[in-house]
Design a protein around this ligand. Structure first.
Ligand SMILES: [Zn+2]
Length: 388
């Protein structure tokens, strides 16, 4: 029997509105509150959770950013992949295999997928998640959770994001039974994929929540046999907003007649498009045209500062066009068809809110997903008995 274990479980996209009224583990996780989303996607939320810092510090916002000089996709251009007919170039299987080849060639260990980015444009961009962000040094030079645990000599378990939810739960249960650890970060992501397809109102959502409930109870029961004191917290990175419409922003921009790669560059994520202006005329005229795009708005400087995405070098774009909640960009560089549910809209929208649930009151209030980091690190910083 060991003295104490703190277990933190991440459920991707388990938004405040997703669990609302569903009684999800209400008896066990009595402390419950919504937490503000980090503007962006899981690609920025997870680094924010793992470091407690905003995007301007850890540098992860979206996957693609304009960097033609250091693009790992330059070879695609040289090989003439941009000349492939779109029908073939769009094949997901081909893209997945090519993504694996690029990752292997460059030694990338992070989550790497090309998504639907056109082979005609991909060589203008670099990709941010090249390393495994969960392991020590994974978000270097910003220290992450694994760095802090290692520095404090805390025996810990952090899931392998490449494994299935069941495999990760089983791996955690084995470490609890061995009494090897006093801190755990359990990563699960299948809820996100399900919510994208069936939305928060889908009949499969309560079934999936029940599945999580039974496994969390099993983890708690197992931990109770091996540790005198247990804390369990379950949290998410964002919610899910049902599709209310689509806009072909890419098509509207292309109709304006500016030359891609000469006048401007753009990445079209599902809920925002990001623009780099390569000359003053494009900055003025295209910049002005963006303010007239339907069901969207160009983020103000004040909003960029508030969301802490005000990169001094405009790494993720000089202008960011954010779609109204529910309206997706179709087609976009992340996928050719909009999905029934999407996240990445304004953090203030009710469907964007993440959730933080815990067996007890945390050391500080989780107002924003980046606040989870302090709660997690406080759980072991105050411990006297850090052994080994
Ligand atoms: Zn998602």
């Amino acid at each position: 029997m060991k003295p104490k274990i703190d277990i933190f479980m991440f459920i991707d996209a388990m938004g405040w509105e997703v669990i609302k009224g569903r009684g999800f583990l209400e008896d066990m996780l009595a402390y419950r509150r919504p937490a503000g989303m980090q503007f962006g996607y899981s690609s920025t939320a997870i680094p924010t959770i793992l470091t407690g810092t905003p995007p301007i510090v850890h540098k992860h916002l979206s996957f693609y950013y304009y960097a033609p000089d250091k693009s790992p996709f330059k070879a695609f251009h040289l090989l003439g992949l941009g000349l492939l007919p779109e029908k073939i170039a769009a094949k997901w299987r081909l893209r997945h295999v090519l993504s694996k080849c690029v990752a292997k060639a460059y030694g990338f260990t992070g989550y790497f997928e090309m998504y639907a980015m056109s082979f005609k444009k991909i060589h203008y961009f670099d990709y941010i998640e090249k390393t495994d962000i969960f392991v020590p040094g994974g978000l270097s030079p910003t220290p992450n959770l694994a760095d802090r645990l290692s520095d404090a000599n805390v025996p810990y378990h952090i899931s392998n994001w490449r494994l299935s939810e069941q495999e990760n739960i089983d791996a955690l249960l084995r470490d609890i039974e061995k009494e090897d650890i006093s801190f755990a970060f359990l990563y699960t992501a299948a809820m996100d994929g399900l919510l994208h397809m069936v939305t928060k109102n889908g009949a499969k959502i309560p079934v999936k929540l029940d599945w999580y409930s039974s496994h969390i109870r099993k983890i708690a029961d197992t931990a109770a046999k091996h540790y005198r004191e247990i804390s369990i917290s379950v949290f998410s990175d964002h919610g899910m907003t049902s599709k209310s419409g689509v806009e072909d922003i890419m098509g509207l921009v292309e109709k304006l007649g500016f030359r891609f790669g000469k006048d401007y560059a753009a990445v079209y994520d599902s809920t925002m498009s990001r623009f780099w202006f390569l000359n003053d005329r494009a900055r003025e005229e295209l910049g002005d045209a963006l303010t007239k795009m339907p069901r969207s708005r160009v983020l103000s400087e004040a909003e960029k500062i508030r969301y802490r995405i005000n990169f001094a070098d405009n790494m993720y774009g000089e202008a960011i066009l954010l779609m109204d909640p529910g309206v997706q960009i179709e087609p976009c560089d992340m996928g050719l068809k909009a999905l029934p549910g999407m996240h990445g809209f304004a953090p203030e929208h009710e469907d964007s809110y993440a959730a933080f649930l815990s067996t007890g009151k945390p050391s500080s209030e989780p107002n924003w997903v980046g606040d989870y980091f302090k709660i997690m690190t406080d759980s072991f910083a105050s411990r006297k008995e850090n052994p080994q």
